[in-house]
Design a protein around this ligand. Structure first.
Ligand code: COA
Length: 159
C-alpha cells in the first residue's frame, strides 16, 4: 500500500470531517454525524506548538486523498510537560493495511527521540479489539477502565 505521511494542513479538513462521520470510524472515536467541516478547519487553525499532527495521503485515481490522521498533543501545563495524549483514525476502506502502525511510529519517534516525552495516554473503547491490539503491540499498557465514559450506539460505553 503506497501512502505518504506529512504534517496536517487546513485544506485536509474536508477529508477529516468525512473520516470522523463515516460508518466504521465514527463509532470508535467521538465523532457525530452532524459535525461540520468548519469545526475541523478551526481545530487545525488552532493547533499550537504542543500539537503534532500527521496525515496519511494516498493517490486514488490520480487524486490525492487523506485516509488517516494522528495527533500527539503535549500537555500545556508545565508540570505535565512530560506527557501527551494521542488520537488516531483511518478511513474504513484503508484499515488493516499498515497505515495506523506507520502513523503511530511517526509520532512515537517524535515523542521518544525529539521531544523526550515519558508518558503517552490514550482512551479506547473496551470492545475496540483492533485498536487495543495495535496499542499493546506498541508497548501501551492498560491502566484502568473508565466506566460510562461516552455514549455509543444507545449505551454508555466503557473506555
Ligand atoms: C484502529 C486503527 C487505528 C488501526 O489502524 P490500521 O491502519 O487499521 O491498522 P494496521 O493495518 O496498521 O495494523 C496494526 C495492527 O492492528 C491490528 N489489526 C489490524 N487489523 C486487525 C484486525 N482486522 N483484527 C485484529 N487486529 C487487527 C494488528 O495487531 C496489526 O498489527 P500487525 O501490523 O502486526 O498486523 C484503525 O483501524 C482505525 O482507525 N479504526 C477506526 C477508528 C479507531 O478505532 N480509532 C482508534 C480509537 S481509540
Amino acid at each position: 500500500m503506497d501512502f505518504i505521511i506529512r504534517p496536517i494542513r487546513v485544506e485536509d479538513a474536508v477529508f477529516i470531517n468525512e473520516l470522523r462521520r463515516m460508518d466504521g470510524v465514527r463509532e470508535t472515536i467521538l465523532g457525530i454525524k452532524s459535525e461540520r467541516i468548519n469545526k475541523t478547519e478551526d481545530f487545525i487553525k488552532g493547533l499550537g506548538p504542543n500539537d503534532h499532527m500527521f496525515v496519511a495521503e494516498v493517490l486514488e485515481n490520480e487524486v490525492k486523498k487523506v485516509v488517516g490522521v494522528i495527533g500527539l498533543h503535549i500537555n500545556a501545563n508545565p508540570r505535565l510537560r512530560h506527557s501527551a495524549s494521542v488520537g488516531i483514525m483511518i478511513h474504513k476502506d484503508y484499515q488493516g493495511k499498515g497505515i495506523g502502525r506507520a502513523l503511530f511510529n511517526e509520532v512515537l519517534d517524535l515523542a521518544d527521540n525529539w521531544l523526550k516525552l515519558v508518558r503517552i495516554e490514550l482512551g479506547v473503547f473496551v470492545d475496540n479489539k483492533r485498536a487495543i491490539k495495535l496499542y499493546e503491540s506498541l508497548g501501551f499498557q492498560i491502566e484502568g477502565t473508565k466506566k460510562y465514559a461516552a455514549i455509543k450506539n444507545g449505551e454508555y460505553a466503557d473506555e
